[in-house]
Design a protein. Structure first.
Length: 728
């Protein structure tokens, strides 16, 4: 085809040769141009060469001038340039066409196969307000995601009834985009379809918009469920008092919720935001263990659980229980830690109270066991001592002229009285009340004990006594309280082997209490020793140097006096013990013990004595005989009741309490029930609750504690004399 134009030009030129000679070859220019346009580079160049050859051989006369050669060269060059130009143009157009075809194929493939929905729409305006839009084109994903099959070419108000009313904000957003506004991204729920969409919209042409979207309904449901779960979790953590924390180990950032701030005493403004927020509140004594627990969890050695104390700015101490989980990267390195904190201060306090109560219960059980042992020992020992004192008293009367024998009897009596004091100290340990309380002067008790201390203290221990005058009276027992004071002083001296100062002070605390403070400058006690100081059998002394009963006995004595005992001590700082007693309100003379008469009773009495111990039945009657009384002896309570029921009359019945079968308290109840006027004197080596209750019901009954001296027997018989109702 490209060679046809030159041949056509040749024909025309030949036909016109006779009329346009001599230079008529210009007709070959359009032929070459047309040939290059339809043939491109190669065919155009071939047509140019053919045209040049034809002109050269056919139309140029011989002997032509130089300019003819130039014209022919220009003609050939122009033809070739035209061919090159047209070839380039054709290549460019072909490439553009091919690219367009590929692009259209890609677009169509994307349009058909993309999983996101695609909708090309034209906006419908009423004035400036967007009121509707028409679906110009939609892809298959649009249909599958929305369920709308025939949307193309229709208005949205037709396809989705109620869209304009329920999705006004979405319609306005599309309107802004269609007016040429910037692309917008938004989320919207089309209520008529009950579907949530994530939408990106842009403007392809004025008045139009393209929306590319995907459904996020499941994501929204998950978000709603997560939000509800978060709310429930928040309620649970609040109701459980749980604080939530999140530690980004890589960045060091620490996030706390409000409850964590509350537990640790931080405000949101003052919260440091890093690990130092936690470390800065740890109690100094717990920092090492808390760090060890967290490090073990980070290393994967165990799950994270730790209990520690925190110290708040106001000095308050809280107990905290912490639990957490560690998140790790693919390499197993810890990158995050999330957990909970609970304020367990109240639980610790309850546990501490329970522990103290259990300790007190254990101590009470120990004391109860000791009480059973002490009562048995006291009963038997007091019977033995009573026998010794009774015989000694009788022998002192019958051998009053034998100075040597009298001295021996006095020594024997003194030894028995010392034994009685030892037994009394043993029974004082388990007693909960006092046998014969009376008004006593605390200063006088301290002075009496310090007088003994002055005689026995080693010179390296200085004694400093400061007694407040006008201290007032208290109810108690002089000997019992004195033994407690002496016990504490001996302990204080033992705590100062290298010497020191022992201070005793009394003071009035208001109108209701008086204090006795005993201080030493000894080595003091550790917190552990101090916590167990008053427990029975607890001692830090070497074997054979202490029983561990001293402070326990002192505490019981103080409580029996209605008081409290407190101990302050620290290693190297000595020990201070404070005994606080209630002030007695009675007149000074109302409750004081009256001197016991040493004279015999004014008239002889008929006495029925009952005791299960043959030693007492053998040794006590001679003392009563020596005092001028007539004595019958019985060995059990049933015999006493039988004698009285049989009509035999006695001025006085002397009862032992701790007897097999019927106890003295039971015999007393029986006597008072059958013979209300009968005078009764209970003589026992150990008091218990049963006897105290019986004596409380029958206050006219007397009481003597074994072992007895002659003077105590005489004094008690005289005090009982007004209540006697002698028989006929």
């Amino acid at each position: 085809m490209a060679l046809l134009p030159p041949l056509l030009a040749l024909g025309v030129q030949w036909a016109l040769w006779s009329s346009i000679r001599p230079f008529v070859w210009f007709l070959f220019y359009p032929a070459v141009f047309f040939a290059s346009w339809i043939g491109g580079l190669w065919w155009g160049s071939a047509a140019t060469l053919l045209s040049t050859l034809i002109v050269w051989r056919v139309f140029l006369p011989p002997g032509h001038a130089l300019n003819t050669y130039v014209s022919m060269a220009v003609f050939a060059a122009t033809g070739i340039l035209f061919s090159r130009f047209h070839q380039t143009l054709r290549d460019t157009q072909e490439l553009a066409k091919r690219s367009l075809h590929v692009s259209e194929g890609r677009y169509q493939g994307l349009f058909e196969n993309m999983t996101a929905g695609f909708a090309w729409c034209r906006m419908v305006f009423e004035g400036d307000e967007a009121v509707d839009f028409i679906y110009l084109d939609v892809n298959p994903a649009f249909k599958s995601l929305t369920g709308l099959k025939d949307a193309q070419g229709r208005r949205v108000s037709e396809v989705i009834p109620g869209f304009r009313e329920s999705n006004r904000d979405l319609l306005l957003a599309y309107g802004r985009v269609a007016r040429g506004g910037p692309p917008e991204s938004l989320e919207a729920q089309v209520e008529s379809l009950d579907i949530w969409f994530s939408i990106n919209a842009y403007c392809p042409a004025p008045g139009e918009f393209i929306a590319i979207f995907d459904t996020i309904t499941e994501q929204k449901k998950a978000e709603t469920a997560l939000r509800e779960l978060s709310q429930r979790l928040e309620l649970a953590t609040k109701s459980g008092g749980l604080g939530v924390w999140d530690w980004d180990i890589v960045s060091g950032q620490m996030l706390w919720d409000d409850r964590m701030m509350e537990i640790y005493g931080y405000s949101k403004q003052a919260f440091p935001g890093g690990l130092e927020a936690w470390e800065g509140r740890l109690h100094p004594d717990d920092r090492e263990s808390a760090a060890r627990d967290s490090q073990a969890a980070l290393l994967g050695e165990r799950e994270y659980h730790s209990e520690f104390r925190i110290l708040l700015p106001d000095g308050a101490v809280r107990h905290v229980a912490a639990d957490g989980v560690v998140q790790r990267n693919a390499g197993g390195k810890a990158i995050r830690m999330i957990g909970l904190n609970r304020d367990v201060t109240e639980q610790w306090r309850a546990f501490d109270r329970q522990r103290r109560m259990e300790s007190e219960l254990l101590q009470a059980q120990k004391i109860e066991s000791l009480g059973s042992l002490a009562s048995g020992v006291a009963h038997d020992m007091n019977n033995v001592l009573s026998a010794i004192l009774s015989i000694s008293s009788v022998l002192q009367v019958t051998h009053s002229t034998d100075e040597s024998a009298l001295k021996s009897m006095k020594t024997l009596e003194h030894a028995a009285l010392r034994g009685r004091d030892l037994v009394k100290r043993l029974t004082n340990f388990v007693r909960k009340d006092l046998e014969t309380p009376h008004l006593i002067d605390l200063n006088a008790v301290v002075e009496s004990e310090t007088e003994i201390l002055h005689q026995t203290l080693r010179q390296r221990v200085a004694l400093d006594v400061n007694l407040e005058s006008g201290l007032g009276w208290m109810m108690g027992e002089t000997s019992t309280l004195g033994s407690a004071v002496m016990n504490l002083c001996v302990n204080a001296v033992d705590a100062m082997p290298e010497g020191g100062t022992l201070r005793l002070r009394t003071r009035r605390e208001g109108s209701r209490h008086i204090d006795l403070i005993i201080e030493d400058t000894g080595h003091g006690m550790s917190p552990e020793t101090l916590a167990h100081a008053t427990e029975p059998f607890y001692t830090t002394k070497p074997p054979g140097k202490g029983t561990g009963l001293g402070l326990a006995m002192v505490q019981n004595i103080v409580r029996a006096h209605g008081g409290d005992l407190s101990i302050q001590s620290a290693p190297g700082s000595g020990t201070t013990i404070t005994m606080r007693f209630p002030v007695a309100q009675a007149a000074p003379d109302s409750g004081r013990e009256s001197p016991q008469s040493q004279s015999a009773a004014a008239s002889p009495l008929s006495i029925l004595m009952v005791d299960d111990d043959a030693l007492i039945r053998t040794t006590f009657p001679p003392l009563l005989h020596e005092l001028g009384h007539a004595v019958d002896v019985a060995e059990d309570g049933a015999s006493v009741l039988a004698a009285l029921d049989g009509g035999k009359a006695y001025d006085l019945v002397v009862l032992d309490h701790n007897m097999p079968g019927m106890t003295g308290a039971q015999v007393l109840e029986g006597i008072k029930a059958r013979h209300p006027g009968q005078a009764v004197l209970v003589v026992t080596g150990f008091r218990d609750g049963e006897l105290d209750q019986a004596l409380a019901r029958w206050p006219d009954a007397g009481l003597l504690i074994k072992p007895l001296t002659r003077e105590e027997v005489v004094g008690r018989l005289e005090r009982l004399a007004p209540a006697w109702n002698p028989g006929p």
